[in-house]
Design a protein around this ligand. Sequence first.
Ligand code: FAD
Length: 251
Amino acid sequence: MTEILTPPTIERLRHELRRRELTVTEVHRLTPHMLRVTLSGPDLADFVSAAPDDHVKLFLATDGGEPEKRDYTPRRFDRAKQALTLDFALHEAGPATEWALQAVPGGRLTVAGPRGSQRISGPIAEWLLIGDETALPAIGRRIEEMAAGTKVTALIAVPGAADEQVFETKAALSCHWLHRPVAAAAEAAPFLAALARLAIAPGTFVWIAAEASVARAVRSYLLEERGHPLPWLKAAGYWRQGQADAHEKIE
Ligand SMILES: Cc1cc2nc3c(=O)[nH]c(=O)nc-3n(C[C@H](O)[C@H](O)[C@H](O)COP(=O)(O)OP(=O)(O)OC[C@H]3O[C@@H](n4cnc5c(N)ncnc54)[C@H](O)[C@@H]3O)c2cc1C
């Protein structure tokens, strides 16, 4: 039945790419494995983030060498306050995680982007958002930006019950939380088992972001075993186990 619907479109918007020098104004342990950092500064005057799964690049100083760059989601942007909120999922190692753990008000961070935004629209009856803790900022933002009454199901893996988040939304949200340790974040099995129990209505747009092999496995399951139509799905690897700075667009 889905096949006869006009497929959704993904509109790609480009933004002027510029580096912004920002100051940390707030650091807050949102949940045991998520650190929320708010950044501010006049450089945010012309900041634009037009889609919930936008990303900015963080420039992280290294000892003497080129800065390391990592991708993070603008979780929230308050233009009046010129305040940009980023949520850092905490894991064992990496310059972005280390920076966040050491961040204190008054600290500085260089941020570039978003370079572009992808706006998804069309005859979408429902949304299914699937992701791990790194996708939680994009999922939370999408849910909070949805029009009142929009039907949305979220399937989110986090380490434990205390890592679950509450979203401020008027959407008709059904949230399923999966629990597994960070060390098991590259396993697709919990997602696949939960999906097997989930009905997916025609006209559902599925958005997936997680560890790259997990995102691939979930995407393949939906396309091959559930017959979900390709134009009704967007998947990305937000990180790759054993590899630093790995962003994979899964086409
Ligand atoms: C478009 C996009 C948006 C993103 N938005 C966010 C966001 O808002 N918040 C967020 O927390 N992350 C987000 N990520 C993921 C984040 O960019 C990666 O997790 C990044 O690798 C973290 O950088 P790092 O310096 O901490 O670790 P790296 O130096 O990149 O990696 C070091 C090691 O840690 C491993 N690793 C990386 N991330 C994780 C993880 N989450 N769990 C377990 N092991 C990991 C790597 O495999 C590697 O072995 C996003 C990624 C993309 C592509």
